[in-house]
Design a protein around this ligand. Structure first.
Ligand SMILES: Nc1nc2c(ncn2[C@@H]2O[C@H](COP(=O)(O)OP(=O)(O)OP(=O)(O)O)[C@@H](O)[C@H]2O)c(=O)[nH]1
Ligand SMILES: [Mg+2]
Length: 582
């Protein structure tokens, strides 16, 4: 690593935090005595005294709760998604991504790419139509020690329950927050891990910016992308489910202890409950009041969603009745297109039905169900339903909130499971989707017998696994490219205090290599019995005809089987025996 000189440096009690200017990039790191000596020599080379001269703008005090975080009402962030940034701004919000380290390396790469995509998906797609300026510059990020890894090995009890990360990591991120802030606007920090309400509040206090965890950011994205009434109601319900569990007490004046009285959270703010019945009550505290309001709104939302569900069921029935082939006596088969977010579901539906669908290289571009009619090679018609994508580590409350949309999947006759075959963690994404399908109530029989796996983006397979390929990887604020981050770690040059990556795993993804770019059916190792697989590329139009043929064959054989079962039901045991004898 070539060092061009230093920018600034901050000394903390336990470690040295060092920012080295490398051309236009700032490299950041922290280290013990070794790094300290190394830094001293760099400082000496530059003719600067160490360490006093290096305490620069990074040491500037952070205001207690920034403007964004200040929008929280006593620790309760508004349940409306988007509350933490100004929707009227021309630019979409800019987040700093904090990614805990994961092993093996391909998993870290996949998770970091996903986190960066999540951070860049936080904008309203409608803004594009309005011609609003879009920020294309990728979000800055920082890789930090994974506290769960460190402590699960030694003593699980020593986990940092209060702030999730240890003090060193918090300082490290704080320094990155300052660097990112000096390079442009910074609206919030996205920690790609599950945080409790208390941890989130403590990190917000430490970093002086609003903090979003994975679920919180996904809810914000849903809020930004929801277009229809149903989607908006579902997002609000999901958001209430999420925020209800994190109504945390906020401290009064800086550092004040929680307690009764002025500024304390236990202060009674409502007369409700007072003098009801013989015992009477003291009234409600602020948290109790918030909880009650959330509960009332949830009840109302559930009633509205039940109505939406009823309407959607009627529409579904009407749609499937349309275009029935006379004499067949069956309604149109509904084929739900499911899969991990960004796998190419909408693109596939658009290509098969030769119609327009909203397609975007953003996560959760689709939040509503859209159906298109498709004619199969035999002339039979089916209804293809595009649905909301799934993602890993989603809590059940979020899935429950989207039940009205997901009912389309549960009630579908067939499932097309679209998988992004170019993703490093394609098989993990596949497992996630299967788990969510089980959670929402899709029967095992349907998953085993009525599903076709579509391994999409075959044109990209193999390319994304090359660690040296950097053109398609976003740049971070601190390290130049992801490949550089990973190769730096591989060389053992990462100065982070928590660096413990010794050797990167060699990229091996033989599963994906088995996917050919042709239109043949795939006999994948992990394919369960009865599940057919096909490799496609919507971009190069490969495998689409084969997919339609496969779907056609499946439907025809099922109908034939159903006919057989019906006739068998009519047969008595005697007649079957007679048949066998004959
Ligand atoms: N290279 C390549 N890109 C594809 C292919 N299929 C889709 N894409 C791209 O992948 C991105 C996501 O496609 P979508 O169809 O919006 O994906 P989705 O699964 O509907 O995503 P969500 O609705 O966000 O869950 C878009 O930029 C597409 O152009 C493919 O076969 N090859
Ligand atoms: Mg879509």
């Amino acid at each position: 690593m070539m060092r061009m000189g230093f920018k600034s440096c901050r000394v903390s009690r336990t470690c040295l935090r060092l920012f080295v200017d490398r051309g236009s990039e700032l490299l950041a790191g922290a280290g013990g005595p070794g790094a300290f000596q190394e830094a001293s020599s760099i400082f000496r080379e530059n003719g600067t005294t160490f360490p006093r001269a290096c305490v620069t703008e990074l040491a500037a005090p952070i205001p207690w709760r920034s403007a964004g975080a200040g929008r929280c009402v006593r620790g309760f962030r508004s349940s409306a998604p988007g509350a933490f940034w100004n929707n009227d701004d021309d630019e979409p919000p800019r987040l700093l991504v904090v990614q805990p380290r994961l092993h093996p390396l391909p998993v870290l790469k996949a998770k970091l790419l996903e986190a960066l995509r999540l951070a860049d998906s936080l904008e309203d797609p409608r803004n594009v139509d309005k011609g609003k300026k879009q920020r294309r510059e990728p979000s800055p990020y920082v890789l930090v020690q994974n506290p769960s890894n460190k402590f699960s090995r030694k003593s699980p009890k020593r986990m940092h329950a209060g702030a999730y990360f240890g003090p060193g990591t918090i300082e490290n991120v704080l320094a990155h927050v300052h660097v990112a802030s000096t390079k442009g606007r910074l609206d919030a920090i996205f920690v790609n891990a599950p945080l409790s309400g208390v941890q989130q509040r403590n990190l917000e206090n430490a970093w002086g910016k609003p903090v979003l965890d994975r679920v919180g950011l996904i809810i914000e994205i849903f809020g930004a992308h929801a277009q229809s009434k149903a989607a908006k109601l579902q997002v609000e319900l999901a958001s209430l489910n999420y925020y209800r569990s994190r109504l945390v007490r906020a401290r009064g004046k800086a550092g004040a202890r929680l307690g009764f009285g002025a500024g304390g959270e236990s202060e009674v703010v409502s007369a409700r409950g007072r003098a009801t019945g013989a015992i009477g009550g003291a009234g409600e505290t602020e948290i109790q009041l918030q909880r009650r309001r959330i509960l009332t709104r949830k009840t109302r939302l559930k009633a509205l969603l039940a109505e939406v569900d009823r309407t959607q069921t009627l529409h579904r029935a009407a749609r499937t009745r349309e275009g029935i082939t006379p004499g067949q006596g069956k309604s149109l088969p509904v084929v739900a297109v499911v899969g991990y977010t960004n796998a190419g579901k909408s693109s596939l539906v658009a290509a098969l039905s030769r119609s327009d669908m909203y397609v975007d290289d953003k996560l959760f571009a689709t939040l509503d169900t859209r159906s298109r009619r498709v004619v199969l090679p035999s002339g039979k018609k089916v209804l293809l339903s595009d649905t909301v994508g799934f993602i890993s580590d989603l809590p059940i409350q979020l899935v429950e909130a989207f039940q009205a949309t997901l009912n389309e999947v549960v009630e579908a006759d067939y499932l097309l499971h679209v998988i992004d075959s170019s993703a490093a963690n394609a098989s993990e994404q596949r497992e996630t989707v299967l788990e969510v399908l089980q959670q929402i109530g899709v029967s095992r029989h349907k998953m085993e017998n009525c599903m076709i796996e579509v391994w999409n983006k075959s044109d990209l397979s193999g390319k994304e696994f090359e660690i040296t390929q950097s053109e398609d990887l976003p740049e971070g604020a601190v390290k130049n490219t992801l490949s550089e981050v990973l190769s730096t770690e591989a060389d053992g040059l990462d100065m982070a205090e928590d660096s413990h990556v010794t050797h990167p795993l060699k990229m091996e993804h033989t599963d994906i290599e088995t996917l050919s770019d042709g239109a043949e059916l795939l006999d994948l190792e992990w394919a369960r019995e009865g599940v057919s697989c096909v490799s496609t590329s919507v971009r190069t139009k490969t495998g689409l005809a084969e997919l339609l043929r496969l779907l056609d064959t499946k439907i025809q054989s099922d109908w034939a089987e159903e006919g057989l079962i019906l006739s068998e039901e009519n047969l008595t045991t005697d007649s079957v025996e007679k048949e066998i004898v004959r």
